[in-house]
Design a binder for this molecule. Structure first.
Ligand code: NAD
Length: 293
């Protein structure tokens, strides 16, 4: 069985790592925030004080970091994990990282004989908890086939997207739809309420109508209707607004590079930028309803 090193134990990573433990994989873990080890008390895991410490013992690496900058820091920064990974290991970046960092990470690691997959996920914290994530994977198909069993412990739909970076292209475009969607949901609930329709009634009807969406059914920005909504919990993330801002920025950069006009995606990016400016970036992304009210 592979020894797995899981790096980044935040809102998503902690549950993904716990699911690997459930499947009895030997696991080493690391996060720069040592408080996050509490969730692993009494679990059979090795905890690293520096990422390089346990690198030689492992042959599969999974990162679940905020972004591509954090990935670069992990691989090349003071801790320099890239230089300590054994040849023929597989490094799987499940973070939503930007395309340029993804290609850079893949090149650096392949020069050292390490295989790289970009494997960002979709499904939110509930999907991470219930191991029902959709995982979209870029990289060599034969490496994908090797890693699929491990990814299946954390997700339900494990889908090959194409060459290196393809997973991140799909993820950024998916999240552009999600951000646009959330803003649309906020506007529709605010408008219908203003015109005298109770949110409960509006939800009841729209959940059976064409305006329904995954975001509305799972992340409704109104308290007391959908169990998994961050609105029930003072907008504690979930999926932090600063993370969707990062994803919208990635999709805007991609659009610019491809010379494609994504007008509404651009608008969503600016609305989230404004929202995060007022120190709201650590709230759930659905909290943007406050800015739109
Ligand atoms: P998070 O901020 O809760 O977790 C990230 C973790 O990485 C933190 O615990 C942080 O301390 C750690 N970290 C940062 N730099 C590090 C380093 N150099 N070495 C080790 N640890 C480091 O974020 P999250 O919500 O778990 O999201 C993780 C990734 O998944 C992001 O790219 C996000 O966009 C993506 N994502 C999030 C969701 C969601 O609903 N939260 C859904 C799908 C995808």
């Amino acid at each position: 069985m592979n020894n797995i090193y899981f790096i980044g134990l935040g809102n998503m990573g902690s549950h993904m790592a716990l699911n690997l433990i459930k499947k009895k994989y030997p696991l080493s873990i690391f996060d720069i925030n040592s408080k996050l080890y509490r969730a692993f008390a009494n679990k059979n895991v090795k905890i690293a004080s520096k990422p390089i410490d346990l690198a030689p013992e492992n042959n599969v690496f999974i990162s679940m970091l905020p972004d591509g900058n954090a990935l670069m820091k992990l691989l090349l920064g003071g801790q320099g994990l890239a230089s300590k990974i054994k040849k023929n290991s597989i490094f799987i970046d499940c973070s939503s990282s930007d395309y340029a960092s993804t290609l850079k990470a893949s090149n650096i690691l392949s020069k050292r004989g390490v295989k790289f997959l970009d494997a960002p996920v979709s499904g939110g914290v509930t999907g991470a908890k219930s191991a029902s994530l959709t995982i979209m994977v870029g990289g060599e198909i034969k490496v994908f086939r090797k890693a699929k069993k491990i990814l299946s412990c954390m997700g339900k739909n494990i889908i090959y997207a194409g060459k290196t970076g393809s997973g991140q292209i799909v993820k950024a475009c998916n999240n552009m739809m999600l951000g646009i969607n959330m803003i649309g949901i906020c506007e529709a609930f605010l408008l219908s309420k203003k015109l005298g329709i109770r949110p409960e009634k509006f939800f009841d009807i729209c959940s059976k109508s064409t305006g329904s969406s995954w975001a509305m059914m799972n992340h409704l920005p109104i308290k007391g209707i959908v169990k998994s909504s961050a609105a029930n919990n003072g907008f504690k993330p979930g999926y932090a607004a600063k993370l969707i801002l990062k994803d919208l920025k990635i999709s805007q950069n991609m659009a610019k590079a491809a010379n494609v006009n994504t007008e509404v995606g651009k608008k969503a990016f600016f609305l989230y930028k404004k929202f995060c400016k007022n120190n709201q970036g650590n709230l759930d992304y659905s909290a943007i309803i406050k800015k739109l009210s």
